[in-house]
Design a protein around this ligand. Sequence first.
Ligand code: TXA
Ligand code: MG
Length: 339
Amino acid sequence: MNASNSFSGYYLTMQQISAIDQPQQALTASVEVLQAGGLVALPTETVYGLAADATNGRAVADIFALKGRPKFNPLICHVADLAMACRYGIFDAWAEKLATQFWPGPLTLVLPMQASCEIHDLVSGGLDTIALRCPRGIVARIANSLDRPLAAPSANISGRLSPTLASHVVAEFGDKIDLVVDGGPCKFGLESAIVKISDNQIVVLRAGAVTAGQLEECIGRPIIRAPKDARPEAPGMMRSHYAPRAELLLDQPAASEGQALLGFGKDAFAAENIPFLNLSETGNLPEAAANLYDYLKQLDQTGVATIVVQAIPHDGIGEAINDRLQRAAVPRQIGSGTK
Ligand code: TXA
Ligand code: MG
Protein backbone atom coordinates (compact mmCIF):
# COMPACT_ATOMS: atom_id res chain seq x y z
CA MET A 1 0.00 0.00 0.00
CA ASN A 2 1.31 3.44 -0.89
CA ALA A 3 0.66 5.29 2.33
CA SER A 4 2.66 8.42 1.53
CA ASN A 5 -0.29 10.78 1.96
CA SER A 6 -1.36 9.21 5.25
CA PHE A 7 -0.06 10.94 8.37
CA SER A 8 0.72 7.83 10.35
CA GLY A 9 0.99 5.56 7.36
CA TYR A 10 -1.83 3.09 7.85
CA TYR A 11 -4.72 4.08 5.59
CA LEU A 12 -4.51 6.11 2.40
CA THR A 13 -7.47 8.20 3.46
CA MET A 14 -9.37 8.53 6.67
CA GLN A 15 -12.06 5.93 7.36
CA GLN A 16 -15.23 6.69 9.31
CA ILE A 17 -17.19 4.02 11.20
CA SER A 18 -20.25 4.46 13.39
CA ALA A 19 -19.87 3.05 16.89
CA ILE A 20 -23.66 3.05 17.17
CA ASP A 21 -24.53 1.14 13.95
CA GLN A 22 -21.39 -1.01 13.72
CA PRO A 23 -19.97 -1.37 17.25
CA GLN A 24 -18.01 -4.55 16.55
CA GLN A 25 -16.45 -3.24 13.32
CA ALA A 26 -15.58 0.02 15.07
CA LEU A 27 -13.84 -1.90 17.85
CA THR A 28 -11.94 -4.24 15.52
CA ALA A 29 -10.82 -1.48 13.14
CA SER A 30 -9.70 0.76 16.03
CA VAL A 31 -7.63 -2.02 17.60
CA GLU A 32 -6.07 -2.83 14.22
CA VAL A 33 -5.07 0.79 13.51
CA LEU A 34 -3.72 1.34 17.03
CA GLN A 35 -1.70 -1.89 16.94
CA ALA A 36 -0.18 -0.73 13.65
CA GLY A 37 0.90 2.56 15.29
CA GLY A 38 -1.87 4.70 13.80
CA LEU A 39 -4.14 7.35 15.31
CA VAL A 40 -7.89 6.99 15.85
CA ALA A 41 -10.39 9.68 16.85
CA LEU A 42 -12.78 8.17 19.38
CA PRO A 43 -15.95 9.32 21.12
CA THR A 44 -16.03 9.58 24.91
CA GLU A 45 -18.76 10.87 27.20
CA THR A 46 -16.86 14.19 27.49
CA VAL A 47 -15.34 15.12 24.11
CA TYR A 48 -13.79 13.25 21.18
CA GLY A 49 -10.19 12.12 21.81
CA LEU A 50 -7.31 11.55 19.39
CA ALA A 51 -5.92 8.21 20.53
CA ALA A 52 -2.65 6.32 20.19
CA ASP A 53 -1.24 3.25 21.95
CA ALA A 54 0.32 4.91 25.03
CA THR A 55 3.36 2.63 24.88
CA ASN A 56 4.18 3.48 21.23
CA GLY A 57 6.45 6.55 21.23
CA ARG A 58 6.22 7.12 17.49
CA ALA A 59 2.42 7.12 17.54
CA VAL A 60 2.36 9.41 20.60
CA ALA A 61 4.80 11.79 18.84
CA ASP A 62 2.36 11.89 15.89
CA ILE A 63 -0.37 13.16 18.25
CA PHE A 64 1.82 16.06 19.41
CA ALA A 65 2.81 16.90 15.82
CA LEU A 66 -0.73 16.76 14.47
CA LYS A 67 -2.20 18.89 17.26
CA GLY A 68 0.71 21.37 17.32
CA ARG A 69 0.86 20.59 21.02
CA PRO A 70 3.88 21.56 23.12
CA LYS A 71 5.77 18.49 24.32
CA PHE A 72 5.65 19.63 27.95
CA ASN A 73 1.86 19.22 27.97
CA PRO A 74 1.24 15.63 29.15
CA LEU A 75 -1.56 13.37 27.88
CA ILE A 76 -4.26 11.45 29.74
CA CYS A 77 -4.03 7.63 29.67
CA HIS A 78 -7.41 5.98 29.12
CA VAL A 79 -7.79 2.59 30.75
CA ALA A 80 -10.21 -0.34 30.60
CA ASP A 81 -10.87 -0.40 34.35
CA LEU A 82 -9.42 0.20 37.80
CA ALA A 83 -7.33 -2.98 37.64
CA MET A 84 -5.54 -1.72 34.52
CA ALA A 85 -5.12 1.75 36.06
CA CYS A 86 -3.38 0.20 39.11
CA ARG A 87 -0.65 -1.17 36.80
CA TYR A 88 0.38 2.42 35.96
CA GLY A 89 -0.61 4.69 38.87
CA ILE A 90 -0.23 4.36 42.63
CA PHE A 91 -3.71 4.44 44.17
CA ASP A 92 -4.12 5.48 47.80
CA ALA A 93 -7.43 5.00 49.63
CA TRP A 94 -8.88 8.30 48.30
CA ALA A 95 -7.92 7.59 44.71
CA GLU A 96 -9.48 4.16 44.96
CA LYS A 97 -12.65 5.59 46.44
CA LEU A 98 -13.00 8.22 43.70
CA ALA A 99 -12.30 5.71 40.93
CA THR A 100 -14.77 3.23 42.39
CA GLN A 101 -17.50 5.86 42.57
CA PHE A 102 -16.95 7.83 39.35
CA TRP A 103 -15.46 5.34 36.83
CA PRO A 104 -16.38 4.76 34.14
CA GLY A 105 -17.05 8.49 33.82
CA PRO A 106 -15.80 12.04 33.29
CA LEU A 107 -13.09 12.07 35.99
CA THR A 108 -9.30 12.02 35.49
CA LEU A 109 -7.01 11.19 38.42
CA VAL A 110 -3.41 12.49 38.49
CA LEU A 111 -1.44 10.07 40.65
CA PRO A 112 2.19 9.09 41.32
CA MET A 113 3.42 6.83 38.53
CA GLN A 114 4.36 3.20 39.18
CA ALA A 115 8.14 2.70 38.92
CA SER A 116 7.91 -0.02 36.30
CA CYS A 117 5.60 1.86 33.97
CA GLU A 118 5.89 1.03 30.27
CA ILE A 119 3.94 4.14 29.20
CA HIS A 120 6.15 6.14 26.82
CA ASP A 121 7.93 9.13 28.45
CA LEU A 122 6.39 11.56 25.94
CA VAL A 123 2.94 10.82 27.39
CA SER A 124 3.75 12.19 30.84
CA GLY A 125 6.05 14.98 29.62
CA GLY A 126 8.80 13.88 32.00
CA LEU A 127 6.58 14.20 35.10
CA ASP A 128 6.60 11.51 37.78
CA THR A 129 2.80 11.54 37.84
CA ILE A 130 0.31 9.98 35.44
CA ALA A 131 -3.19 11.14 34.47
CA LEU A 132 -5.61 8.19 34.35
CA ARG A 133 -9.20 8.09 33.20
CA CYS A 134 -11.64 5.26 32.52
CA PRO A 135 -14.27 6.51 30.07
CA ARG A 136 -17.57 4.81 29.42
CA GLY A 137 -17.99 2.99 26.10
CA ILE A 138 -15.78 2.07 23.17
CA VAL A 139 -12.51 3.57 24.48
CA ALA A 140 -12.50 1.29 27.53
CA ARG A 141 -13.34 -1.71 25.32
CA ILE A 142 -10.45 -0.90 22.98
CA ALA A 143 -8.03 -0.53 25.93
CA ASN A 144 -9.26 -3.88 27.17
CA SER A 145 -8.66 -5.56 23.78
CA LEU A 146 -5.20 -4.00 23.44
CA ASP A 147 -4.47 -4.72 27.12
CA ARG A 148 -2.81 -1.28 27.21
CA PRO A 149 -3.93 2.30 27.87
CA LEU A 150 -4.70 4.77 25.09
CA ALA A 151 -3.01 8.16 25.27
CA ALA A 152 -5.63 10.60 24.04
CA PRO A 153 -5.93 14.37 24.20
CA SER A 154 -9.01 16.10 22.86
CA ALA A 155 -9.09 15.75 19.05
CA ASN A 156 -8.52 19.40 18.15
CA ILE A 157 -5.63 21.64 17.17
CA SER A 158 -3.97 22.78 20.41
CA GLY A 159 -5.68 25.75 22.06
CA ARG A 160 -8.89 25.48 20.03
CA LEU A 161 -12.35 24.26 21.09
CA SER A 162 -12.66 20.53 21.79
CA PRO A 163 -14.80 18.44 19.40
CA THR A 164 -18.15 17.12 20.59
CA LEU A 165 -19.24 15.67 17.21
CA ALA A 166 -17.37 13.43 14.76
CA SER A 167 -17.87 16.14 12.11
CA HIS A 168 -15.84 18.56 14.27
CA VAL A 169 -12.91 16.12 14.16
CA VAL A 170 -13.20 15.68 10.40
CA ALA A 171 -13.32 19.46 9.91
CA GLU A 172 -10.19 19.87 12.05
CA PHE A 173 -8.00 17.04 10.73
CA GLY A 174 -9.50 15.81 7.44
CA ASP A 175 -7.48 12.92 6.03
CA LYS A 176 -4.59 13.36 8.45
CA ILE A 177 -5.86 10.62 10.76
CA ASP A 178 -6.49 6.99 9.94
CA LEU A 179 -9.90 6.42 11.47
CA VAL A 180 -12.73 8.45 13.01
CA VAL A 181 -15.24 6.50 15.08
CA ASP A 182 -18.58 8.32 15.18
CA GLY A 183 -20.41 7.87 18.49
CA GLY A 184 -22.85 10.76 17.97
CA PRO A 185 -22.86 13.86 20.19
CA CYS A 186 -20.83 13.58 23.43
CA LYS A 187 -23.09 13.36 26.46
CA PHE A 188 -21.35 15.92 28.72
CA GLY A 189 -19.67 18.10 26.09
CA LEU A 190 -16.92 19.39 28.41
CA GLU A 191 -13.57 17.77 29.16
CA SER A 192 -13.20 15.59 32.28
CA ALA A 193 -12.61 17.00 35.72
CA ILE A 194 -8.91 16.56 36.61
CA VAL A 195 -8.08 15.83 40.24
CA LYS A 196 -4.55 15.51 41.58
CA ILE A 197 -3.94 13.46 44.71
CA SER A 198 -0.59 13.98 46.40
CA ASP A 199 0.98 15.11 49.68
CA ASN A 200 -2.19 14.27 51.56
CA GLN A 201 -4.14 16.77 49.45
CA ILE A 202 -6.81 16.56 46.78
CA VAL A 203 -6.67 19.39 44.26
CA VAL A 204 -9.05 20.02 41.35
CA LEU A 205 -6.79 21.05 38.44
CA ARG A 206 -9.67 21.34 35.95
CA ALA A 207 -13.39 21.62 36.72
CA GLY A 208 -15.70 19.18 34.92
CA ALA A 209 -18.96 17.29 34.98
CA VAL A 210 -17.98 15.61 38.25
CA THR A 211 -18.29 18.65 40.50
CA ALA A 212 -16.20 19.70 43.50
CA GLY A 213 -19.26 19.08 45.69
CA GLN A 214 -19.62 15.49 44.45
CA LEU A 215 -15.90 14.86 45.08
CA GLU A 216 -16.16 16.23 48.63
CA GLU A 217 -19.21 14.15 49.32
CA CYS A 218 -17.43 11.02 48.12
CA ILE A 219 -14.30 11.39 50.24
CA GLY A 220 -15.81 13.25 53.18
CA ARG A 221 -13.28 16.08 53.36
CA PRO A 222 -12.70 19.42 51.66
CA ILE A 223 -10.91 19.47 48.35
CA ILE A 224 -8.80 22.34 47.08
CA ARG A 225 -9.61 24.24 43.91
CA ALA A 226 -6.41 25.26 42.12
CA PRO A 227 -6.36 29.09 42.23
CA LYS A 228 -7.08 30.75 38.86
CA ASP A 229 -3.70 32.50 38.77
CA ALA A 230 -1.71 29.41 39.84
CA ARG A 231 1.25 28.34 37.72
CA PRO A 232 -0.43 26.01 35.23
CA GLU A 233 -0.01 22.42 36.31
CA ALA A 234 -2.37 21.20 33.62
CA PRO A 235 -2.14 23.27 30.43
CA GLY A 236 -5.94 23.11 30.43
CA MET A 237 -5.38 25.57 33.31
CA MET A 238 -3.66 28.06 31.00
CA ARG A 239 -5.52 31.35 31.03
CA SER A 240 -6.15 31.26 27.28
CA HIS A 241 -7.37 27.88 26.06
CA TYR A 242 -10.45 26.28 24.50
CA ALA A 243 -10.74 29.35 22.28
CA PRO A 244 -12.79 30.21 19.17
CA ARG A 245 -11.43 32.67 16.59
CA ALA A 246 -13.87 35.42 17.56
CA GLU A 247 -13.45 37.52 20.69
CA LEU A 248 -15.83 36.54 23.53
CA LEU A 249 -17.66 39.03 25.73
CA LEU A 250 -19.05 37.29 28.82
CA ASP A 251 -22.02 37.98 31.09
CA GLN A 252 -23.70 40.48 28.76
CA PRO A 253 -27.48 40.61 28.32
CA ALA A 254 -27.58 41.46 24.59
CA ALA A 255 -25.54 41.71 21.39
CA SER A 256 -25.43 44.61 18.96
CA GLU A 257 -25.16 44.64 15.19
CA GLY A 258 -22.05 42.85 13.90
CA GLN A 259 -21.94 40.60 16.96
CA ALA A 260 -23.42 37.14 17.65
CA LEU A 261 -25.31 36.12 20.79
CA LEU A 262 -24.94 32.88 22.72
CA GLY A 263 -27.96 32.90 25.02
CA PHE A 264 -29.09 30.90 28.02
CA GLY A 265 -32.60 30.44 29.37
CA LYS A 266 -36.18 31.14 28.32
CA ASP A 267 -35.82 34.92 28.07
CA ALA A 268 -32.84 34.87 25.69
CA PHE A 269 -33.66 36.79 22.52
CA ALA A 270 -31.83 38.53 19.69
CA ALA A 271 -32.83 40.77 16.79
CA GLU A 272 -33.25 39.03 13.43
CA ASN A 273 -29.96 40.21 11.94
CA ILE A 274 -27.93 38.88 14.90
CA PRO A 275 -26.66 35.27 14.71
CA PHE A 276 -28.17 33.68 17.81
CA LEU A 277 -28.15 30.28 19.52
CA ASN A 278 -29.61 29.35 22.89
CA LEU A 279 -27.54 26.92 25.00
CA SER A 280 -30.67 25.79 26.83
CA GLU A 281 -34.11 27.34 26.49
CA THR A 282 -35.18 25.72 29.76
CA GLY A 283 -32.07 26.90 31.64
CA ASN A 284 -30.77 23.34 31.98
CA LEU A 285 -27.02 23.41 32.74
CA PRO A 286 -26.09 19.88 31.54
CA GLU A 287 -27.85 20.67 28.26
CA ALA A 288 -25.92 23.94 28.01
CA ALA A 289 -22.61 22.13 28.62
CA ALA A 290 -23.39 19.58 25.91
CA ASN A 291 -24.16 22.36 23.40
CA LEU A 292 -21.38 24.78 24.39
CA TYR A 293 -18.54 23.93 21.98
CA ASP A 294 -20.76 23.12 19.01
CA TYR A 295 -22.66 26.41 19.36
CA LEU A 296 -19.47 28.42 19.83
CA LYS A 297 -18.09 26.82 16.65
CA GLN A 298 -21.31 27.55 14.74
CA LEU A 299 -21.37 31.20 15.81
CA ASP A 300 -17.63 31.51 15.07
CA GLN A 301 -18.29 30.27 11.53
CA THR A 302 -20.68 33.16 10.86
CA GLY A 303 -17.54 35.32 10.70
CA VAL A 304 -18.53 37.80 13.44
CA ALA A 305 -15.68 39.51 15.27
CA THR A 306 -17.38 39.13 18.67
CA ILE A 307 -19.57 36.53 20.33
CA VAL A 308 -21.54 37.89 23.28
CA VAL A 309 -22.38 35.27 25.93
CA GLN A 310 -25.19 35.72 28.44
CA ALA A 311 -24.61 35.01 32.13
CA ILE A 312 -24.65 31.33 33.07
CA PRO A 313 -25.17 30.19 36.68
CA HIS A 314 -22.08 28.78 38.44
CA ASP A 315 -23.71 25.86 40.24
CA GLY A 316 -23.08 22.20 39.35
CA ILE A 317 -21.55 21.83 35.89
CA GLY A 318 -22.00 25.61 35.53
CA GLU A 319 -18.63 25.98 37.27
CA ALA A 320 -16.93 24.07 34.43
CA ILE A 321 -18.91 25.96 31.76
CA ASN A 322 -17.81 29.30 33.23
CA ASP A 323 -14.22 28.06 33.59
CA ARG A 324 -14.04 27.21 29.87
CA LEU A 325 -15.75 30.45 28.84
CA GLN A 326 -13.31 32.51 30.89
CA ARG A 327 -10.32 30.80 29.24
CA ALA A 328 -11.89 31.20 25.80
CA ALA A 329 -12.41 34.92 26.50
CA VAL A 330 -8.84 35.76 27.53
CA PRO A 331 -7.25 38.01 24.88
CA ARG A 332 -4.70 35.96 22.94
CA GLN A 333 -1.20 37.01 22.02
CA ILE A 334 1.03 35.09 19.66
CA GLY A 335 3.16 32.72 21.70
CA SER A 336 0.98 33.04 24.81
CA GLY A 337 -1.33 30.36 26.14
CA THR A 338 -3.01 29.61 22.85
CA LYS A 339 -0.88 26.59 21.97
O1 TXA B 1 -12.36 14.60 28.83
C1 TXA B 1 -11.16 14.61 28.65
O2 TXA B 1 -10.33 14.70 29.58
C2 TXA B 1 -10.65 14.47 27.20
C3 TXA B 1 -11.05 13.10 26.69
C4 TXA B 1 -10.55 12.85 25.29
O3 TXA B 1 -10.60 12.12 27.59
N1 TXA B 1 -9.25 14.66 27.12
C5 TXA B 1 -8.67 15.86 27.28
O4 TXA B 1 -7.31 15.79 27.08
O5 TXA B 1 -9.27 16.88 27.56
P1 TXA B 1 -6.40 17.09 26.93
O6 TXA B 1 -5.06 16.61 26.55
O7 TXA B 1 -7.05 18.04 26.00
O8 TXA B 1 -6.34 17.64 28.39
C6 TXA B 1 -5.70 16.87 29.38
C7 TXA B 1 -5.17 17.74 30.46
C8 TXA B 1 -4.10 18.68 29.98
O9 TXA B 1 -4.41 19.98 30.47
C9 TXA B 1 -2.84 18.11 30.63
O10 TXA B 1 -1.93 19.10 30.92
C10 TXA B 1 -3.40 17.45 31.87
O11 TXA B 1 -4.58 16.86 31.43
N2 TXA B 1 -2.48 16.42 32.39
C11 TXA B 1 -2.13 15.25 31.83
N3 TXA B 1 -1.23 14.60 32.59
C12 TXA B 1 -1.02 15.37 33.68
C13 TXA B 1 -0.21 15.24 34.85
N4 TXA B 1 0.57 14.20 35.04
N5 TXA B 1 -0.25 16.25 35.76
C14 TXA B 1 -1.06 17.33 35.58
N6 TXA B 1 -1.85 17.49 34.48
C15 TXA B 1 -1.83 16.54 33.56
MG1 MG C 1 -7.65 19.62 24.98
